[in-house]
Ligand binder design. Structure first.
Ligand code: HEC
Ligand code: HEC
Ligand code: HEC
Ligand code: HEC
Length: 106
C-alpha cells in the first residue's frame, strides 16, 4: 500500500513537470523528416507570421506532436496531406515557398 502511494506521488510530480515543460512556445526550429528531403521549419519565425497558435495546433498546443496522430490514428489524415494543405495554402496567399525543393532539402 505504501509503495502504491509513493508511486502515485511520483507519477503526479512527473505529470506536473511535463505540464510545465510544454507550457512554452516550443522549439525555435523543427526538422520534419520526409522521404523527399528534410523540411526545416522556422517555428519561432512563423509564430510572428501567424497570430493564432491554433491555426496549426488545431487541438491546442498541449496536444503533442502532429505525428503522434497523423499517420497513426485511423481518423487523422496522413501527415503529408495535412502539412501540404496547411503550409501551402497560406504560402500561396502570403508569398511563402510552394515549390518542392524550397521546403524539401536532401
Ligand atoms: C505555422 C504553424 C505553427 C504555428 C503558427 C505554431 N506552431 Fe507550434 N509547432 C508547429 C509544428 C509543425 C511543430 C512540430 C510538431 C512535430 O514535431 O510534430 C510545432 C511544435 C510546437 C511545440 C512542441 C510540441 C512537442 O510536443 O514537441 C510547442 C510547445 C509549440 N509548437 C507551441 C506553439 C505555440 C505556443 C504557438 C503560438 C504562439 C505555436 N506553437 C504556433 C507548427 C506551428
Ligand atoms: C490528438 C491528435 C491530433 C494532433 C496532435 C494533431 N492533429 Fe491534425 N487532425 C487530427 C484529426 C483526427 C483530424 C481530422 C478531423 C478534423 O479535421 O478535425 C485532423 C485534421 C487536420 C487538418 C485538416 C485536414 C483536412 O483535410 O482538412 C490539418 C491541416 C491538421 N490536422 C494539421 C495538424 C498539424 C499541423 C498538427 C501539429 C501542429 C496536428 N494536426 C496535430 C488529429 C490531430
Ligand atoms: C498562415 C501562414 C503560414 C503558414 C500556415 C505556414 N507558413 Fe511558412 N511562411 C509563411 C510566410 C508568410 C513565409 C515567407 C516569409 C518571408 O519570405 O518573409 C513563410 C516561409 C516559409 C519557409 C521559408 C523559410 C522561412 O521560414 O522564411 C519555409 C521552409 C516554410 N515557410 C515552411 C512552412 C511549413 C513546413 C509550414 C507548415 C507546417 C508552414 N510554413 C506554414 C507563412 C505561413
Ligand atoms: C511548404 C513546404 C512544403 C512544400 C512546398 C512541399 N512539401 Fe512535401 N512535405 C512538407 C512537410 C512539412 C511534410 C511532412 C513531413 C512529416 O511527415 O513530418 C511533407 C511530406 C511530404 C511527403 C511524405 C514524406 C514521406 O516520408 O512519406 C512527400 C512524398 C512530399 N512531401 C512530397 C512533396 C512534393 C513532391 C512537393 C512538390 C510538389 C512537396 N512535397 C512540396 C512540406 C512541403
Amino acid at each position: 500500500m505504501k509503495k502504491i502511494v509513493i508511486l502515485l506521488v511520483v507519477a503526479g510530480l512527473v505529470a506536473t513537470t511535463a505540464m510545465f515543460a510544454i507550457a512554452n512556445n516550443g522549439p525555435a526550429e523543427v526538422k520534419l523528416e520526409a522521404s523527399m528531403g528534410t523540411v526545416t521549419f522556422q517555428h519561432a519565425a512563423h509564430q510572428g507570421r501567424v497570430a493564432d497558435c491554433a491555426t496549426c495546433h488545431h487541438n491546442g498546443v498541449d496536444a503533442g506532436k502532429c505525428s503522434s496522430c497523423h499517420g497513426v490514428n485511423a481518423d487523422a489524415p496522413k501527415a503529408k496531406k495535412v502539412f501540404h494543405k496547411l503550409c501551402k495554402s497560406c504560402h500561396k496567399k502570403q508569398d511563402g515557398p510552394t515549390k518542392c525543393k524550397q521546403c524539401h532539402v536532401k
